[in-house]
Design a protein around this ligand. Structure first.
Ligand code: HEC
Length: 237
């Protein structure tokens, strides 16, 4: 039985084609691979259908699931933010002032701030909302994308549904300033921020006297509770 095979192998070894066939012999057959894939898919399907995965936010993912999702999210953010260009006036101090008001109104409950105690909301979030004051892991363009579009299956909302790109850049500018702020500077920034959304619109260059402003001043807010500049710049993505 073994003799003819040995001879065959020797024959094969003398040619490159033979080497390939020899290697092929050590690989699992196509049928085996297909069966394996099918049973994995069936197992996966049964796992999903049975509903046994704990989707509750009060128990963390396993390390494997966490790392996989983390990579998935970070690659997606990088890819989608690749063409976003910063506005020329990104460093303007006015952006930080306007961003401060927006941040305290819309972000601080989840993302906290320098010297800010954990909120009931922030403690219940999973994935947790990173404390931006402790450090920034993304470029300004990536932050812009995250803030504008939100992140699926997390509590991070898509603020672009209700805010134009200019206001989102204000939020990015303020968020990036957070790690350098002391608790006192943070409180001072919030205190000196324009009072409400309408005030923030006034603080933006070229916004005074626009028809959107008149509507909101006349007590006719847009469905989101505030008006936005009609002449705002086209979206970056
Ligand atoms: C209801 C809670 C909630 C609110 C409100 C919220 N966020 Fe988030 N945010 C999250 C969560 C949760 C994440 C993490 C998502 C993830 O890890 O997938 C996140 C992620 C982010 C990130 C990415 C941070 C990082 O290092 O990965 C930025 C930037 C951000 N949010 C900015 C903002 C800004 C600016 C606002 C206000 C305009 C805001 N968020 C409001 C919950 C919130």
């Amino acid at each position: 039985m073994t003799e003819p095979r040995d001879i065959e192998t020797q024959d094969e070894d003398t040619t490159p084609k033979g080497q390939f066939l020899d290697l092929h012999r050590h690989l699992p057959s196509t049928a085996f691979v297909l069966l394996l894939l099918l049973s994995l898919a069936a197992f996966g399907g049964a796992f999903v259908y049975a509903g046994v995965y704990n989707i509750g936010a009060d128990e963390p993912h396993s390390k494997l699931v966490y790392n996989t999702l983390d990579k998935f999210r970070e690659r997606a953010i990088k890819h989608h933010a690749r063409d976003i260009v910063l506005p020329a006036d990104f460093g303007d101090a006015k952006r930080i002032a306007t961003g401060a008001g927006l941040y305290s109104e819309m972000c601080a409950d989840c993302h906290l701030g320098p010297g800010v105690d954990k909120s009931e909301m922030s403690q219940g979030l999973y994935p947790p909302a990173p404390e931006l004051a402790r450090g920034i892991n993304h470029t300004p363009a990536e932050m812009f994308w995250i803030i504008k579009h939100g992140i699926k299956l997390s509590a991070m909302p898509a603020w672009g549904k209700t805010h134009d790109d200019e206001l989102i850049w204000d939020m990015v500018a303020f968020a990036r300033a957070l790690p350098k702020m002391s608790p006192e500077q943070y409180q001072a920034a919030l205190a000196s921020a324009p009072a409400g959304h309408d005030e923030m619109m006034k603080a933006m260059p070229g916004m005074a006297g626009m028809s959107g402003m008149k509507d909101s001043e006349a007590g006719k807010p847009t469905p989101s509770g505030h008006s936005h500049a009609k002449g705002s710049k086209p979206h970056a993505d």
